[in-house]
Design a protein around this ligand. Sequence first.
Ligand SMILES: O=C([C@H](O)CO)[C@H](O)[C@H](O)COP(=O)(O)O
Length: 232
Amino acid sequence: MKPIVQISLDLTTIAEALETAEMAIRAGVDWIEAGTPLILAEGLHGIRALRERFPDVPIVADLKTMDGGYLEAEMMAGAGATHVVVMAQAHDETIECVVKAGRDCGVGVMGDNMAYNTMIDGARRLEDLGCDYIVHHIGYDHRRGIAAAGGRMPSPLDDLRAVVDAVKIPVQAVGGLSIEQAIQCPAYGAPLVVLGAPLTIDADAFKTADGDLESSLRLICEKVHAYDEVQR
Ligand SMILES: O=C([C@H](O)CO)[C@H](O)[C@H](O)COP(=O)(O)O
Protein backbone atom coordinates (compact mmCIF):
# COMPACT_ATOMS: atom_id res chain seq x y z
CA MET A 1 0.00 0.00 0.00
CA LYS A 2 1.04 3.62 -0.46
CA PRO A 3 2.16 5.15 2.84
CA ILE A 4 -0.49 7.19 4.52
CA VAL A 5 -0.38 9.84 7.25
CA GLN A 6 -2.82 9.61 10.16
CA ILE A 7 -3.33 12.42 12.65
CA SER A 8 -4.16 11.27 16.16
CA LEU A 9 -6.61 13.65 17.83
CA ASP A 10 -5.79 12.95 21.48
CA LEU A 11 -7.93 15.93 22.46
CA THR A 12 -10.94 16.32 24.71
CA THR A 13 -13.42 18.55 22.89
CA ILE A 14 -15.14 18.36 19.51
CA ALA A 15 -14.22 21.99 18.82
CA GLU A 16 -10.47 21.34 19.24
CA ALA A 17 -10.72 18.11 17.28
CA LEU A 18 -12.48 19.77 14.33
CA GLU A 19 -10.06 22.69 14.30
CA THR A 20 -6.98 20.43 14.38
CA ALA A 21 -8.44 18.04 11.82
CA GLU A 22 -9.25 20.95 9.45
CA MET A 23 -5.64 22.06 9.63
CA ALA A 24 -4.37 18.51 9.14
CA ILE A 25 -6.54 17.82 6.11
CA ARG A 26 -5.47 21.11 4.51
CA ALA A 27 -1.86 20.00 5.04
CA GLY A 28 -2.43 16.66 3.27
CA VAL A 29 -3.14 14.18 6.07
CA ASP A 30 -5.00 11.08 4.82
CA TRP A 31 -6.68 9.60 7.91
CA ILE A 32 -8.08 11.14 11.09
CA GLU A 33 -7.92 9.25 14.39
CA ALA A 34 -10.44 10.00 17.09
CA GLY A 35 -8.06 9.43 20.02
CA THR A 36 -9.11 7.60 23.17
CA PRO A 37 -9.44 10.87 25.17
CA LEU A 38 -11.75 12.31 22.50
CA ILE A 39 -13.87 9.17 22.48
CA LEU A 40 -14.12 9.24 26.28
CA ALA A 41 -15.00 12.93 26.35
CA GLU A 42 -17.35 13.17 23.38
CA GLY A 43 -18.21 9.55 22.48
CA LEU A 44 -20.25 8.88 19.38
CA HIS A 45 -21.02 12.60 19.08
CA GLY A 46 -17.32 13.19 18.42
CA ILE A 47 -17.23 10.60 15.64
CA ARG A 48 -20.44 11.98 14.11
CA ALA A 49 -19.06 15.53 14.18
CA LEU A 50 -15.88 14.43 12.40
CA ARG A 51 -17.86 12.44 9.83
CA GLU A 52 -20.21 15.36 9.15
CA ARG A 53 -17.31 17.79 8.65
CA PHE A 54 -15.18 15.34 6.64
CA PRO A 55 -17.56 13.13 4.67
CA ASP A 56 -14.86 11.36 2.65
CA VAL A 57 -11.96 11.01 5.10
CA PRO A 58 -11.24 7.67 6.82
CA ILE A 59 -11.79 7.93 10.59
CA VAL A 60 -10.06 5.58 13.04
CA ALA A 61 -11.86 5.22 16.37
CA ASP A 62 -9.16 4.39 18.94
CA LEU A 63 -11.54 2.44 21.16
CA LYS A 64 -8.96 0.06 22.66
CA THR A 65 -11.72 -2.52 22.97
CA MET A 66 -11.26 -5.18 25.69
CA ASP A 67 -14.77 -6.68 25.85
CA GLY A 68 -18.20 -6.33 24.32
CA GLY A 69 -16.45 -5.99 21.00
CA TYR A 70 -19.29 -6.39 18.53
CA LEU A 71 -21.46 -3.62 19.97
CA GLU A 72 -18.58 -1.16 20.41
CA ALA A 73 -17.42 -1.63 16.82
CA GLU A 74 -20.97 -1.55 15.44
CA MET A 75 -21.78 1.70 17.27
CA MET A 76 -18.62 3.40 16.02
CA ALA A 77 -19.27 2.22 12.47
CA GLY A 78 -22.84 3.53 12.70
CA ALA A 79 -21.52 6.94 13.73
CA GLY A 80 -19.16 7.09 10.77
CA ALA A 81 -15.88 5.43 11.81
CA THR A 82 -14.11 3.47 9.09
CA HIS A 83 -11.65 1.71 11.42
CA VAL A 84 -11.84 0.48 15.02
CA VAL A 85 -9.14 -0.72 17.44
CA VAL A 86 -9.17 -3.90 19.55
CA MET A 87 -6.48 -4.95 22.03
CA ALA A 88 -4.29 -8.07 21.75
CA GLN A 89 -4.79 -8.45 25.53
CA ALA A 90 -8.51 -9.13 24.95
CA HIS A 91 -9.89 -12.68 24.81
CA ASP A 92 -9.89 -14.43 21.42
CA GLU A 93 -13.68 -14.20 21.36
CA THR A 94 -13.61 -10.41 21.74
CA ILE A 95 -11.14 -9.98 18.90
CA GLU A 96 -13.27 -12.34 16.79
CA CYS A 97 -16.41 -10.33 17.61
CA VAL A 98 -14.75 -7.07 16.57
CA VAL A 99 -13.53 -8.71 13.35
CA LYS A 100 -17.06 -9.97 12.66
CA ALA A 101 -18.52 -6.52 13.31
CA GLY A 102 -15.86 -5.08 11.02
CA ARG A 103 -16.91 -7.44 8.22
CA ASP A 104 -20.65 -6.91 8.85
CA CYS A 105 -20.37 -3.11 9.04
CA GLY A 106 -17.66 -2.62 6.42
CA VAL A 107 -15.01 -1.16 8.74
CA GLY A 108 -11.33 -2.08 9.06
CA VAL A 109 -10.07 -3.66 12.29
CA MET A 110 -6.77 -2.57 13.80
CA GLY A 111 -5.30 -4.88 16.45
CA ASP A 112 -3.14 -3.16 19.09
CA ASN A 113 -0.35 -5.25 20.67
CA MET A 114 0.28 -2.86 23.62
CA ALA A 115 1.19 -4.67 26.88
CA TYR A 116 1.12 -8.12 25.26
CA ASN A 117 3.82 -10.35 26.75
CA THR A 118 5.73 -10.68 23.51
CA MET A 119 4.67 -7.95 21.16
CA ILE A 120 5.66 -9.99 18.10
CA ASP A 121 3.46 -12.89 19.25
CA GLY A 122 0.68 -10.39 19.95
CA ALA A 123 0.89 -9.09 16.40
CA ARG A 124 0.82 -12.64 14.96
CA ARG A 125 -2.19 -13.55 17.08
CA LEU A 126 -4.09 -10.44 16.00
CA GLU A 127 -3.42 -11.31 12.37
CA ASP A 128 -4.44 -14.95 12.88
CA LEU A 129 -7.71 -13.82 14.47
CA GLY A 130 -8.55 -11.72 11.42
CA CYS A 131 -7.42 -8.15 12.12
CA ASP A 132 -6.65 -6.05 9.05
CA TYR A 133 -3.83 -3.95 10.53
CA ILE A 134 -1.39 -4.13 13.44
CA VAL A 135 -0.83 -1.20 15.80
CA HIS A 136 2.60 -1.85 17.32
CA HIS A 137 2.21 0.28 20.42
CA ILE A 138 4.41 1.16 23.40
CA GLY A 139 2.09 2.58 26.05
CA TYR A 140 2.30 6.20 27.10
CA ASP A 141 2.35 5.47 30.86
CA HIS A 142 4.72 2.52 30.49
CA ARG A 143 7.40 4.35 28.57
CA ARG A 144 7.19 7.42 30.80
CA GLY A 145 7.36 5.23 33.92
CA ILE A 146 10.53 3.53 32.72
CA ALA A 147 12.10 6.87 31.86
CA ALA A 148 11.11 8.33 35.25
CA ALA A 149 12.84 5.39 36.97
CA GLY A 150 16.02 6.21 35.07
CA GLY A 151 15.70 3.52 32.41
CA ARG A 152 15.95 3.83 28.65
CA MET A 153 12.55 4.73 27.24
CA PRO A 154 11.39 1.87 24.99
CA SER A 155 10.45 2.77 21.43
CA PRO A 156 8.17 1.02 18.94
CA LEU A 157 11.07 1.25 16.51
CA ASP A 158 13.03 -1.24 18.67
CA ASP A 159 10.96 -4.18 17.42
CA LEU A 160 9.27 -2.64 14.40
CA ARG A 161 11.25 -4.57 11.80
CA ALA A 162 10.61 -7.86 13.62
CA VAL A 163 6.87 -7.14 13.88
CA VAL A 164 6.70 -6.18 10.20
CA ASP A 165 8.48 -9.41 9.29
CA ALA A 166 6.19 -11.50 11.52
CA VAL A 167 2.93 -10.53 9.77
CA LYS A 168 1.64 -9.92 6.26
CA ILE A 169 -0.82 -7.12 7.06
CA PRO A 170 0.09 -3.41 7.32
CA VAL A 171 1.74 -2.24 10.54
CA GLN A 172 1.58 1.09 12.31
CA ALA A 173 4.12 2.09 14.99
CA VAL A 174 2.82 4.19 17.89
CA GLY A 175 4.25 5.56 21.10
CA GLY A 176 6.68 8.36 21.64
CA LEU A 177 8.04 8.66 18.14
CA SER A 178 9.64 11.94 17.17
CA ILE A 179 8.45 13.45 13.92
CA GLU A 180 11.64 12.32 12.19
CA GLN A 181 11.20 8.77 13.50
CA ALA A 182 7.56 8.69 12.41
CA ILE A 183 8.53 9.74 8.90
CA GLN A 184 11.00 6.82 8.75
CA CYS A 185 8.33 4.17 9.46
CA PRO A 186 7.71 3.30 5.77
CA ALA A 187 11.44 2.57 5.45
CA TYR A 188 10.89 -0.12 8.11
CA GLY A 189 8.06 -1.58 6.02
CA ALA A 190 5.32 0.07 8.12
CA PRO A 191 3.13 2.13 5.78
CA LEU A 192 0.81 3.80 8.31
CA VAL A 193 2.46 6.86 9.86
CA VAL A 194 0.75 8.34 12.91
CA LEU A 195 1.42 11.81 14.26
CA GLY A 196 -0.13 12.69 17.57
CA ALA A 197 1.50 13.79 20.77
CA PRO A 198 3.71 16.46 19.24
CA LEU A 199 0.53 18.28 18.32
CA THR A 200 -1.22 18.06 21.62
CA ILE A 201 1.53 17.70 24.20
CA ASP A 202 4.54 19.47 22.77
CA ALA A 203 3.38 21.47 19.79
CA ASP A 204 6.53 23.56 19.76
CA ALA A 205 8.69 20.56 18.93
CA PHE A 206 6.55 20.05 15.87
CA LYS A 207 7.33 23.45 14.39
CA THR A 208 10.19 23.97 12.01
CA ALA A 209 12.37 27.00 12.66
CA ASP A 210 10.68 29.17 10.10
CA GLY A 211 7.34 27.50 9.60
CA ASP A 212 3.99 27.21 11.30
CA LEU A 213 2.33 23.97 12.38
CA GLU A 214 0.35 23.58 9.16
CA SER A 215 3.31 24.09 6.85
CA SER A 216 5.41 21.71 8.96
CA LEU A 217 2.69 19.10 8.70
CA ARG A 218 2.50 19.68 4.94
CA LEU A 219 6.25 18.99 4.64
CA ILE A 220 5.88 15.82 6.69
CA CYS A 221 3.00 14.62 4.48
CA GLU A 222 5.05 15.33 1.36
CA LYS A 223 7.98 13.30 2.72
CA VAL A 224 5.79 10.33 3.65
CA HIS A 225 3.83 10.43 0.39
CA ALA A 226 7.11 10.45 -1.54
CA TYR A 227 7.84 6.87 -0.42
CA ASP A 228 7.16 4.11 -2.91
CA GLU A 229 4.50 1.55 -2.28
CA VAL A 230 5.19 -0.56 0.85
CA GLN A 231 4.74 -4.26 0.03
CA ARG A 232 1.62 -5.05 2.08
O1 LIG B 1 -3.16 5.61 22.08
C1 LIG B 1 -2.59 6.42 22.74
C2 LIG B 1 -2.32 6.23 24.17
O2 LIG B 1 -2.57 4.90 24.50
C3 LIG B 1 -3.16 7.15 25.05
O3 LIG B 1 -4.52 7.00 24.79
C4 LIG B 1 -2.06 7.62 22.09
O4 LIG B 1 -2.77 7.92 20.92
C5 LIG B 1 -0.64 7.34 21.73
O5 LIG B 1 0.11 7.03 22.87
C6 LIG B 1 -0.06 8.53 21.05
O6 LIG B 1 1.26 8.23 20.81
P1 LIG B 1 2.27 9.41 20.80
O7 LIG B 1 1.63 10.47 19.96
O8 LIG B 1 3.49 8.88 20.16
O9 LIG B 1 2.47 9.76 22.24
